[in-house]
Design a protein around this ligand. Structure first.
Ligand code: AMP
Ligand code: GLY
Length: 428
């Protein structure tokens, strides 16, 4: 099979690395990719929003599988666009990703909350507001227990969720979002919900909207500072497996969350052929949904795929031909951790174009370096984003894996490099 992956981060580097292990993979292309991905796959100079370009490339290069990494093209309808291309031209491949309508599970918080409510899926209680019922919203906030969670309805690059500790702060955030359009159209609607106290964990599923396969789970460390302090980031590191994700807990996740979600998709006629990322909170042993994403997580993918022993391309084919329920999913026995190296200042302002050294160092066979915000500058690879690279290791224990990634990071360098030394700290 010929495969095109869309995206340019650590997630896509890990997807490329995994797909290349499949003996079903003939040619692998990644658009737009990064220098790390360029060292293992063919790079196509094309943006993830260039639907016309993607369509032409898929037809001309006889792409069988189009794997969409980030949410933006999915929420903007790449699935539907390519399905249409199938009827007009002779593209015979398939997309790994949901339809535009189903991608609203990530693209609209209000859509996903209503979906969960209709399908009896455990999630925090909520209400939604626009400028039309702004005054009602103020009263709702004044009566709400603390802390209060406010969410911009639409995509806001991971910045649209605010947890307010006081009513005054919540009112201010509410006004910023709705009246001052802090996130543009994305915050013209705001979801206000109960705060769930617990430990967050993510579960990853591949589904065709009827059957599903569980690809794994991970715990992400979102805050910039050690001990989970400071600002939220896209993710500073991940571990898998997570100690409390035992059979009992996973059975609850499957029975109360995954199965009702997939059944809900089928019942409501939502077309879905792709990944579902369940963002969960373990509330005293019971999982509740914080959010759905219609893609894999980053950096979760960088531990989930190394742990997954099953051939991913075969799973994509099984998703497409309706045999996913029969797929055998195997996991490695080891413990996996990834530690993300970020640019100094991230998630605020940071410098780019800092040369990275150490990328050619020999790695132990149990470690991988995935590149994210990097670019080629002549002979050098330089920083090109907040999250620059991530080091994944496999160990006999979670701490062994973390320590090995940290040891490798000692020999990787760029000016201003920052990473957390405490990934997995609460499980020590
Ligand atoms: P989201 O974009 O919905 O994933 O929210 C971003 C982050 O905010 C989540 O990863 C959680 O850490 C936190 N969060 C969101 N909703 C809640 C909630 N209802 N209770 C507690 N924390 C939440
Ligand atoms: N690491 C969180 C995400 O991918 O959304």
């Amino acid at each position: 099979m010929n495969v095109l992956i869309l995206g340019s981060g650590g997630r896509e580097h890990a997807l490329a690395w995994k797909i290349l292990q499949s003996h079903h993979c003939s040619q692998l292309f990644v658009a737009p990719g990064n220098p790390g991905i360029a060292s293992i796959a063919n790079i196509v100079d094309m943006g993830v929003k260039d639907f016309e370009g993607i369509k032409s490339f898929c037809i001309n290069s006889k792409i069988d599988v189009l794997v969409v990494g980030p949410e933006d093209p999915l929420v903007n309808g790449i699935y539907d666009f390519m399905e249409h291309a199938k009827t007009e031209n002779d593209w015979k491949g398939f997309v790994v990703g949901p339809s535009k309508e189903a991608a609203q599970l990530e693209g609209s918080k209000a859509f996903s909350k209503k979906f969960m409510q209709r399908n009896g899926i455990p999630t925090a209680g909520y209400a939604e507001f626009t400028k039309d019922n702004f005054e009602e919203g103020k009263i709702y906030i004044a009566k709400h227990s603390l802390p209060i969670v406010l969410k911009a309805d639409g995509l806001a690059a991971g910045k649209g969720v605010v947890i307010s500790e006081t009513h005054e702060d919540a009112l201010q955030v509410f006004e910023e979002m709705i009246i001052h359009q802090q996130f543009g159209k994305a915050s013209s609607k705001v979801v206000i919900e109960e705060f769930l106290k617990g430990i967050e964990v993510s579960v990853f599923v591949l589904t065709n909207g009827v059957d599903y396969a569980i690809l794994g789970h991970a715990k992400d460390y979102k805050r910039i500072g050690e001990g989970d302090t400071g600002l939220n980031t896209g993710g500073m590191g991940c571990v898998t497996p997570v100690p409390f994700m035992d059979e009992d807990f996973m059975q609850k996740v499957e029975a109360n969350i995954i199965a009702p979600t997939v059944n809900g998709l089928a019942k409501e006629g939502l077309i879905y052929n792709g990944f579902i990322f369940f963002g969960l909170m373990n509330v005293e042993g019971d999982p509740q949904v914080i959010e759905y994403n219609c893609r894999m997580g980053d950096p979760e993918t960088e531990v989930v795929l190394p742990r997954l022993e099953t051939d991913l391309l075969s799973l994509f084919a099984a998703m497409d031909n309706g045999t996913l329920a029969d797929a055998n999913i195997n996991f490695s026995d080891g413990h996996f951790a990834t530690v993300v190296a970020v640019s100094g200042g991230y998630p605020g302002d940071y410098k780019k174009n800092r040369p990275i050294t150490g990328l050619n160092n020999q790695l132990p066979s149990s470690s991988l370096v995935f590149q994210a915000g990097t670019k080629q500058d002549g002979e050098a690879i330089v920083t090109n984003g907040g999250r620059v690279l991530t080091v994944t290791s496999k160990g006999n224990s979670m701490q062994e894996a973390v320590q090995q990634s940290l040891a490798i990071l000692k020999d990787l360098h760029f000016e201003g490099i920052n990473f957390r030394n405490d990934i997995g700290y609460e499980f020590k």
